[in-house]
Structure formats: C-alpha cells, structure tokens
Design a protein around this ligand. Structure first.
Ligand code: SF4
Length: 371
C-alpha cells in the first residue's frame, strides 16, 4: 500500500513520520504550488472553497507519484469539510483515478479515538495497538515541536540582522526533513534547526509591531494560498503570531483526556458576547482570539478567509463591530485562485501604515519603522 495525503502547512512532517514508523510507504506530494491549484481547480465544483481545490490537487500529485491510497480526515458538521473526502473520491473515480480512500473521523471522545486507532490498524495490519498508540503519541509531540519551530521563526525574522537568513534556513530545514525517515532522525533535524534558529544574530532592542493572524485554519497554515503572508510581514519587520495551529487543533480534539487541556473553553468564553453558537470552521476562534489578543498587546489582526467559506463570512460580518467596540484595527483578506499578489500587498501595506500610526500615537509620537 502506498499512501498519499494532502498538505496543510507543515503537518506533513508528523504524518510522514507516523507512516514511516508504521512501515507504510508514504508518498509525499510536492508542496502546494501553482500547478496543484490549477489541476485541483479544473476538476472541482466552481463555487467550492479553495482548500478543497488545493487538497484535490495535492491528492492527484500524490497519485502521479505512485500512491494507490489516500488518507484523509473527515467529520460531520456545519461546514463543507465533512464532505471533502466522499466528493473527492467520486470526482477521482470519474476522471479515471480509482484510488482507495481511508478516512478517519475527527474524534472528541474515547470512542472516537478508538475508532481512529482501529482505522490506523486496518492500514497497518502488522502493527499492535500499543505500537499504534505510541506512534500517535510521537506524532502529537512532533506536531508540537514543528509548530514551536515555526513560532520561533516568526519572532526572529523581523529582528534578524542579516536579511533572509531565517527563510534560507527554513528552506533547508524542509528540504532535509522531507528526505529523512522515522521519528529519531526527524527529531534530530528539528533539534538541529532549533539550535540554528536560536543562534541567528538579532537586534534585541527592535520594537516591532505585533500582528495576529486569525481566520480559517487551513488558510492560516497553508502558506501557498495565503501568499506566504508570515514571511512577507516578517521581512517587513513585523512580528506575526498565528492564532491557530495544527497542534492546538489536535489538542482541542483530545481535550477529553484529563491531562490535555486546550484553550478552547477560554476562546469560547471570550467570543460569547459576539458569537455563542458553533457555526463550523474556526468562526468562534476568529472572534475569541481577537478579543483575547486585544488584551495581550497586539497592534492589529489580519483575518484570512477563503472565498465562499460560510463560517468565516459570518465571523467577518461581526468584525466591524468588534473593531469599533474594542478599538483595534482588523483587515479581512478573502483568498481564492484568482487572488492577485499586487492588490493583496497593497491592502496589507495600507493596513500596516494605519497600525503603525496608531502605535506612534500610543508611543507619544515616537517614530516606529516597519521596513
Ligand atoms: S471552514 Fe470554510 S474553507 Fe474551511 S472547509 Fe469549511 S467551508 Fe471550506
């Protein structure tokens, strides 16, 4: 069995490691790129959200590299994510790619977790339940480590003395880890690069603007669709904080385990004044994280959402009220396959200009440079 799976930021690193550990051949599609989006868009329903189109493109690129099975998460709920895998299976059959789909439901209790373990057991018959549990534990740890590494780069990038050093090292990191096999070797690479990032020379005294990224989780994590916004802002001298991460997302699913406490309750509590019904996707997180962030020294927020994403459209309609009541600038950026880089950057630069002026007023006129 040769398994492929779609990208969502750097989640491919722990997923590949888990398949390696279970002795299943993992076929890693190339990082999402122009071609991925083009082939996915060609065969997807026109009005569906852009994550579906890119994920479909990832799957096709995985099949082209020899995969015969697709591993996907699924789940029921008010957003379209729940129908992704069955729709993709039908579309691929129609165009002559008869691949098997193995899906695992998102879990939120012990029964769901057991089902997930059983699905992995089906895929890797030769492995014991203990081995699978151990591999999931390693996967969770690695997911955390990679997210922390990305957070570290977002802190260092705006302060680096030699421009481009973080980006160069991150490029090398991804290149190396893609070619590495198994938990131990991959953790060594992560530790090596953590050390290297921590040793980049930075300007300790640089006062940077702090911007939070909120919105639909896939759009925040998948750099190709958000046009590498973290890198762009960081290179402009702005500290970016992702307000959603894959490790926090998984932690929320595992929240029922007593020693694993996520921020979900705090986020829901913070959002309740504006939105108190789960409407799918990350809508409540968008609202809750902005409210929490306004008390944590953020200068502004950028809200990322795919065109036609229903939960984020609802969240977006509440943001002007929050902007006024909480006195915090928020920019909403709608993304799809038609997004042009020039217009996108113009809006970001205009927004940063406003945020910078506000900070200067707060700092009693002290000039603050952001590029
Ligand atoms: S949250 Fe929005 S963009 Fe993401 S899968 Fe659901 S509908 Fe699509």
């Amino acid at each position: 069995m040769k398994i492929t799976f779609p990208h969502m930021g750097t989640t491919y690193i722990p997923v590949k490691m888990m398949l390696d550990e279970l002795n299943i051949e993992a076929i890693l599609p190339p990082n999402s790129n122009k071609r991925t989006l083009e082939i996915g868009t060609k065969i997807s329903p026109e009005a569906i959200c852009v994550p579906f189109k890119i994920i479909t493109g990832n799957i096709i690129e995985g099949i082209e590299l020899g995969a015969n099975t697709v591993f996907m998460l699924t789940g029921c709920g008010p957003c379209r994510f729940g129908i992704f895998s069955c729709l993709q299976e039908e579309i691929l059959k129609d165009i002559g790619y008869p691949v098997e789909f193995i899906t695992a439901d998102r879990f939120s209790n012990y029964e769901g977790l057991k089902e997930f373990i059983d699905r992995l057991k089906e895929v890797s018959e030769s492995n014991s339940t203990i081995k699978i549990i151990n591999t999931i534990r390693k996967g969770y740890k690695m997911l955390h480590e990679v997210d922390e590494l990305a957070e570290l780069t977002n802190k260092i990038r705006p302060r680096e003395v030699r421009k481009g050093e973080v980006d160069k090292k991150w490029f090398n990191f991804e290149n190396e880890i893609r070619k590495t096999y198994g938990y131990k070797a991959m953790m060594n690479i992560i530790n090596k690069y953590r050390y290297e990032f921590n040793n980049i020379e930075i300007d300790q005294d640089k006062d940077c603007l702090k911007i939070g990224l909120v919105g639909e989780i896939y759009t925040i994590l998948e750099s190709y669709i958000n046009l590498y916004i973290e890198r762009k802002l960081g290179n402009m001298g702005i500290e970016v904080v992702r307000m959603a991460s894959a490790s926090e997302f998984v932690k929320e699913q595992l929240d029922f385990i007593p020693f694993l406490k996520s921020d979900k309750k705090k986020i829901y509590r913070a959002a309740a004044r504006y939105l108190d019904i789960p409407i799918g996707g990350h809508a409540i997180h968008t609202i809750g994280n902005i409210i929490r962030g306004t008390n944590e020294g953020f200068d502004g927020f950028i809200h990322l959402l795919p065109f036609t994403c229903m939960p984020e459209i609802v969240a977006g309609s509440i943001l002007p009220t929050i902007e006024k009541e909480q006195n915090i600038p928020i920019l909403s950026l709608v993304l799809d396959e038609m997004t042009g880089e020039t217009g996108y950057m113009t809006r970001i630069e205009a927004f940063i200009d406003v945020v910078q002026k506000r900070r200067e007023i707060k700092n009693e006129g002290k000039r603050l440079y952001w590029n």
